[in-house]
Ligand binder design. Structure first.
Ligand SMILES: [Zn+2]
Ligand SMILES: [Zn+2]
Length: 370
């Protein structure tokens, strides 16, 4: 099968921080050996995109750029030599794929540490110059030859899969670094955004005794319940952290949880987690991405013999495993409920504003919506 390729693609371009993205016609680059041209099915909008467009990320990508780093897309053209995905599944024009940021394969972190998320020269999607067409807020996207891709199984819908593009693969990687949830542990998840929701889901599916999600707004907590969380605490209602901790202590036999997963990104949540953990507990920190500082009592870590694990991003194996999980569990949990609104590309600025206000869980750009 061959599909016709237009000369240009519409794309939403970030030209200046704090200014609306503008729709441009961008030339579609040629598809060289190993490269792939895809047509975007869904592009998820992330909290990171809001910060990126405002220029408040700790690392500012050069301007102009095309945002959108969580994409599910259909293959339009396969470059010479690219015939399989990372798991060996054959790739054909028309297949849907997802992909990770490309690690260089040559630095210390790639070759010696073998921890590719720490690669010192990762080639990112959603941060690059428009001429490279390497962002999801566009009609087409161009995948480089060093980028690993995974084929999305046919029975999984776009909506079920879209979380794999960012939040879910981050959670799969984080839980792997942690060493997994232990049998019948009590787990508290701080934050009810997509990372928090997928953390709750994975804790439930991993055999946790109870999973308590602390966050807001009510709409997100409702989804946490649908995905199996045993308790939710709405921070819009229980505003005092001491009261929240008291409730959690009551729900965990007076000892506190064995595992806390930080997904809120609020710096103060780090201290809340330290305080509530039971002695010998483990703390997985995934949400903290700001450069903010705060006073901490490190003695708590020693005194309670806590284990603290940080985790960032994910590699292609986590995309693959997340998709495997979805394939096996899609009838057990309403996974597509994560998608709250579909916007056409032209309404990208409205979508970003609604993401920033917290009214969305996972808004998506869908080029089929007019
Ligand atoms: Zn993201
Ligand atoms: Zn590297």
């Amino acid at each position: 099968m061959t599909l016709e390729i237009p000369r240009t693609s519409r794309a939403a371009v970030l030209e200046e921080y704090g200014q609306p993205l503008r729709i441009h016609e961008v030339s579609i680059p040629a598809v060289g050996p190993g490269e792939i041209l895809v047509k975007v099915q869904l592009a998820g909008i992330c909290g990171t995109d809001v910060h990126q467009s405002r220029g408040t990320l700790t690392i500012k990508p050069p301007l102009p750029n095309i945002q959108g780093h969580e994409t599910i897309a259909r293959i339009v053209r396969l470059g010479a030599g690219r015939s399989k995905d990372v798991a060996g599944a054959p790739l054909s024009v028309g297949d849907r794929i997802m992909w990770a940021h490309a690690d260089c394969g040559q630095c210390y972190w790639c070759q010696v540490a073998r921890d590719t998320v720490l690669c010192s020269s990762r080639q990112g999607y959603g941060f690059a110059n428009p001429s490279l067409l390497r962002g999801g807020f566009a009609e087409y996207e161009h995948i480089s030859a060093i980028t690993d891709v995974v084929r999305v199984p046919d029975e999984i819908t776009d909506e079920e899969a879209i979380g794999v593009g960012c939040a879910f693969r981050t959670v799969v990687a984080g839980f792997e670094r942690l060493g997994g949830v232990r049998f019948q542990e009590s787990v508290v998840v701080l934050g009810a955004g997509p990372v928090g929701l997928y953390s709750a889901l994975l804790a439930v599916a991993s055999g946790a005794h109870r999973v308590i999600v602390v966050g807001a707004p009510a709409r997100r907590l409702e989804l946490a319940r649908k995905w199996g969380a045993s308790h939710v605490i709405d921070i819009d209602e229980v505003k005092d952290p001491r009261e929240r901790q008291q409730r959690i202590t009551e729900l965990t036999e007076g000892r506190g949880p064995e595992l806390v997963v930080e997904c809120s990104g609020v710096p103060a949540a780090f201290n809340e987690g330290l305080e509530m953990l039971q002695k010998g507990g483990r703390f997985l920190v995934m949400g903290q991405t700001s450069a903010a500082t705060l006073p901490v009592a490190p003695g708590i870590i020693t005194g309670k013999a806590l284990t603290i694990v940080g985790s960032v991003s994910a590699s292609i194996q986590h995309f693959y495993k997340a998709l495997q999980f979805i394939q096996a569990n899609r009838t057990k949990y309403p996974l597509s409920d994560i998608v709250t609104t579909r916007y056409p590309l032209e309404q990208i600025n409205e979508a970003l504003a609604n993401m920033a206000s917290g009214q969305e869980i996972k808004p998506v750009i869908d080029n089929r919506v007019r």
